[in-house]
Design a protein around this ligand. Structure first.
Ligand SMILES: [Zn+2]
Length: 138
């Protein structure tokens, strides 16, 4: 996986500003942060997306994300709230195909924009959607 920039960071072969590391993850500052203090939580194991990540990987990522979120609030960096985001797949905006969770400090006027074409969906259609997902979960 020599071509994977996150594997290079995990291996310590690429410069990164590390905020935490343990057996499961390395957490580093994003070099192009949405806001100051924007952290990436990266599993040590190379997994491209959610389908490849077992529950142990998910647990390691979540545990660190929660700790980092609390640390950001206490750090002195501007952080009135925290947004977690994870892009799974190119269509979702994933740019590095080594799973990672963004932990982004938020505050009023931070310039971060999350847009969508929010539309109300009828209960009938919601129930149909739910049935498809329930079936796929089994
Ligand atoms: Zn990788």
């Amino acid at each position: 996986m020599g071509s994977c920039v996150f594997c290079e960071i995990v291996a310590g072969r690429t410069e990164a500003s590390v905020v935490h590391e343990d057996d499961g993850v390395v957490a580093v500052l994003d070099h192009k942060p949405a806001t100051v203090g924007h952290v990436l939580v990266i599993p040590r194991v190379h997994v491209a997306g959610l389908a490849d990540a077992d529950d142990a990987v998910g647990t390691a990522i979540w545990r660190t994300a929660r700790r980092v979120a609390g640390a950001l609030r206490a750090s002195g960096l501007r952080c009135d709230g925290v947004r977690l985001s994870l892009a799974d797949g190119e269509a979702a905006g994933q740019d590095v195909f080594h799973l990672h969770l963004h932990v982004v400090p938020r505050f009023p006027g931070d310039g971060v924009v999350v847009t969508a074409d929010w539309k109300k969906r009828s209960r009938e259609l919601l129930d149909q959607d739910a049935a498809l997902i329930r079936e796929a979960l089994t």
